[in-house]
Design a protein. Structure first.
Length: 338
């Protein structure tokens, strides 16, 4: 798989487990949690936007704005490294297609399945997809405690989405689109990890999100119709592109240098926690007791995954210090083996 071997890196020990300390893992975990908090503002921001702009256009335009943001950040480094090797185009194209597919399938799936259920399926399936794909790439399972935390967090997210309802229904097509969104997001995270290691977060995201924007804009014009938006809508699009996408994915990509892709995807389950808090504080919603129990499940699951990641990093560091050798950093798994 490209995401397992698209690059090796040899600068200052950054590509070895010996160079990845527990403090680095803690930093990576904090970056993902902060990114998830920014992602969690997306729904509230969109709810405040005037009606009239198709969600397909929202998704495509925020990718374009984020690409401009990454271009500004990456310009100095690209100028200094004009003769440096370019990123491999196949992983970049595939990662860009994953980001575009995530945006389009997420919005379409949520429209068909409902906001609560669609978001729960898309975000909740991402960690499971990431764990399975990482297992295929590394040919070993993450530790049981990692899976326990992941499944607990997913179950908690589902309880938050149900919010006291005994059952919910959705068309199979909507569910399939949300599952596709989770798969695309997980694949992007695993593909982006070696790209970031090779060229840095800003440059890698410029290539990936620029590709995604080029793929998404024509699709939005077909599915979303002509671009018509009131002036106030552009302020929301700018926020979504610069903050909820640009800054958030920059943090997420930096975190991939310190923690495994599967763990990063699981920690993004903190997103519905932020959305939950904003729904109460800003929108004025009154969640059920089930939603609060779900919140507790998500937080407990995140703690388990964080513990598994820190334990795995400490174990690999001890192995490296004892002279047992080092593995490539993109071989780090979500919590290590059992």
């Amino acid at each position: 798989m490209h995401f397992a071997r698209c690059s090796t890196f040899a600068r200052a020990g950054r590509g070895t487990i010996a160079g990845m300390t527990t403090s680095h893992s803690t930093r990576g975990i904090a970056m993902v949690l902060l990114a998830a908090m920014l992602w969690g503002t997306t729904g509230t921001a969109q709810s405040l936007a005037p009606a009239g702009l198709s969600p397909y256009w929202v998704g495509a335009l925020r990718l374009a704005v984020a690409s401009a943001f990454f271009a500004l950040l990456a310009a100095p480094a690209l100028w200094r490294r004009a003769s440096a090797p370019r990123l491999p185009w196949r992983p970049v194209l595939l990662a860009g297609a994953c980001v575009a597919a995530y945006n389009l399938s997420f919005f379409a799936g949520v429209k068909a399945s409902g906001v609560a259920l669609g978001t729960a399926i898309a975000i909740g399936s991402g960690p499971i997809w990431a764990g399975l794909m990482q297992t295929l790439a590394q040919r070993r399972w993450p530790a049981p405690v990692w899976w326990a935390g992941t499944l607990l967090g997913v179950a908690g997210g589902a309880a938050m989405a149900l919010n006291g309802h005994a059952s919910v229904s959705a068309p199979l097509a909507g569910i399939a689109l949300c599952l596709l969104a989770g798969l695309a997001y997980a694949a992007y995270a695993l593909l982006n990890k070696p790209l970031v290691a090779q060229s840095g977060a800003a440059s890698a995201n410029l290539a990936v999100f620029g590709t995604a924007a080029l793929l998404s804009l024509p699709v939005a014009s077909v599915l979303g119709g002509p671009l018509r938006a009131p002036g106030a809508t552009w302020a929301i699009v700018a926020y979504l592109g610069l903050v909820a996408t640009g800054v958030a994915y920059l943090l997420f990509s930096h975190a991939l240098r310190h923690i495994s892709g599967a763990t990063a995807v699981t920690l993004a389950l903190a997103e519905p926690v932020t959305a939950f808090a904003l729904a109460i504080a800003v929108v004025g919603e009154a969640p059920s007791a089930m939603a609060f129990w779900g919140l507790a499940g998500v937080l407990a699951g995140l703690l388990l995954v964080i513990w598994a990641e820190l334990r795995a990093q400490a174990s690999r560091r001890r192995a490296a210090d004892s002279g047992k050798g080092a593995q490539p950093a993109d071989g780090a798994d979500g919590g290590g083996s059992a």
